[in-house]
Design a protein around this ligand. Structure first.
Ligand SMILES: [Cu+2]
Length: 508
């Protein structure tokens, strides 16, 4: 296990002074959250070996036996790269279930040894990833986690995840670069007897009351701010099914980065709504007077039974000399041209679930759970085109036995929201429509029960087979995942090792 001091030493340019950036929520209560190490690219390549193991990792300041992790830390190494760099990562599967790697939000190839979620890396096997990040890639916060269908939920829940920072972007704005910067990985896990002697709650036994929410692996660490000081926080929700609605009473927020991309418009919400998989980059301005406040999350129900209460995630100590707040203009850049179309195709996709006896239920897009998908169900899109997809969440009472929020996520290509509203689940008829004024490109978007959303996706340049799915990872493993083939002008798409689940075969 990596020493905590190494975390800080390897952090974001901690050269000191007010211009220093700080990786973790270092504070008086728990100064050394076990975020794992920081790996930086050098000469355009970031190389390393991620070894998956089940054992003991430091969680919330104490050993937690029985968790799985990359390289022995509850959150794997933070990968720091620049646009144009290449990730040369060897994955060693030393746990007892198959796995692979997904680079959440990265606009990279879905084929071969890149962001290919059809790969199956069995226990005992190694696989070498080779991911070329394009030179014009947006800069911001991303993350990586296993994506082997059927095992994703349990593996991510138990600790197999890590952050990716693409340097540049909002962090390099002249107003932002001098600010203290914190990268906060907020996730929960089931733990009983929190403290020395604590025990891990396996995923099939987890309950709402056993969930402990951690900030960079620490339980309620302290964050220091000066009165009036503005800090840049890049926040990830890497939970498997829990939502955050973050607030810091007395402080203000300005969102300047979403899902790894600088936003072309900024906004100032009271709370930061973060479904699983979401990242936000936020200017956080402390209250003007010294005192004590906290990073909190409001209560949120993902479904009728998974209802998390309000909670304190970190204390925030406001002390020392007063600083001048920093704000950015509302308009940062013109919106991307492709937002205006042309739109080559419009599709309608429903999200839903069907009871089965015995349980568990099937979750699906268009009534077909992923495990039943054949080539007939694969959506074919032409590279270089833009499409509109209308996504309808049919899990609404009384139409469905399930009432569920579903955070939609698509790999490789981001999207933006055109409009949204409510529909009649019995007939499918659109009841209300609200035009959206998008401020950013997204890779993760919550769709509430009974809500429809029209998203516009540009399938910019990568050919290959990839997926879209619900980021409540239990839903994904139960089938709420669809497949798209992005094909070239001749109709060629899927590459080596991109087989559907109904076809058997391994690729290494
Ligand atoms: Cu879902």
């Amino acid at each position: 296990m990596l020493g905590a001091s190494a975390v800080v030493a390897a952090g974001f340019g901690i050269a000191g002074g007010s211009g220093s950036a700080v990786l973790a929520a270092a504070g008086s209560r728990q100064r050394t959250p076990p975020t794992g190490s920081v790996w930086r690219s050098s000469n355009g390549v970031l190389s390393g070996t991620l070894t998956m193991r089940t054992g003991t990792a430091e969680v919330a300041g104490n050993p937690l036996p029985g968790v799985s992790s990359y390289n022995g830390t509850f959150s794997g190494p933070t990968l720091v790269a620049r646009p144009g760099d290449r990730l040369d990562l060897t994955l060693q599967n030393r746990i007892d279930t198959p796995s692979n790697l997904h680079f959440h939000g990265l606009h990279v190839s879905p084929r071969g040894h890149s962001d290919n979620v059809f790969l199956d890396i069995p226990p005992g096997y190694d696989f070498r990833y080779n991911v070329q990040i394009p030179a014009d890639h947006p800069a911001g916060l991303y993350w990586y986690h296993p994506h082997r269908h059927g095992y994703v939920n349990a593996q991510v829940y138990s600790g197999l995840q890590g952050l990716i920072v693409i340097e540049g972007g909002a962090a390099d704005y002249p107003q932002v670069a001098p600010l203290r910067r914190r990268i906060l990985n907020i996730r929960n896990i089931g733990i009983t007897n929190l403290g020395a002697g604590q025990a891990f709650v396996p995923i099939d036994q987890m309950t709402v009351t056993a969930m402990v929410t951690l900030v960079n692996g620490a339980f309620q660490p302290n964050i220091d701010m000066h009165p009036g000081e503005t800090q840049f926080w890049q926040i990830a929700n890497t939970s498997t099914r829990s939502y955050w609605k973050l607030l810091v009473p007395g402080a203000t927020f300005q969102v300047i980065e979403e899902d790894g991309c600088p936003t072309w418009q900024t906004w100032r919400p009271d709370t930061l709504f973060m479904p699983p998989g979401k990242r936000l980059g936020v200017l956080v301005t402390a209250p003007p007077a010294p005192g004590q406040t906290a990073l909190m999350t409001e209560a949120f129900a993902q479904n009728l039974s998974w209802s998390l209460p309000e909670a304190t995630l970190a204390s925030v100590t406001v002390s020392g000399p007063r600083r001048d707040p920093v704000t950015l203009p509302e308009v940062m850049a013109p919106s991307p041209k492709y937002l205006e179309g042309p739109v080559a195709q419009q599709r309608v996709l429903t999200l839903g679930a069907t009871t089965r006896t015995p349980p568990p239920p099937d979750f699906w897009f268009d009534n077909v759970p992923y495990q039943n998908i054949t080539l007939e169900n694969v959506i074919t899109v032409r590279v270089g085109t833009t499409e509109d997809w209308i996504l309808k969440n049919t899990n609404v009472a009384p139409f469905s036995a399930f009432v569920e929020n579903h955070p939609f996520h698509i790999h490789v290509n981001p999207f933006w929201v055109v409009d949204h509203g409510e529909f009649d689940p019995a007939t499918g008829a659109i009841l209300t429509r609200t035009k959206s004024y998008p401020r950013a490109e997204l890779d993760t978007l919550n769709i509430a029960p009974g809500e429809w959303v029209r998203i516009r996706i540009r399938f910019a340049d990568y050919v290959g087979r990839t997926v879209f799915h619900c980021h409540v990872l239990g839903h994904e493993d139960l089938g709420m995942m669809g497949v798209i083939d992005i094909v070239d002008a001749d109709g060629n798409g899927a590459g080596v090792g991109q087989l559907l689940p109904t076809q058997t075969g391994h690729s290494h």
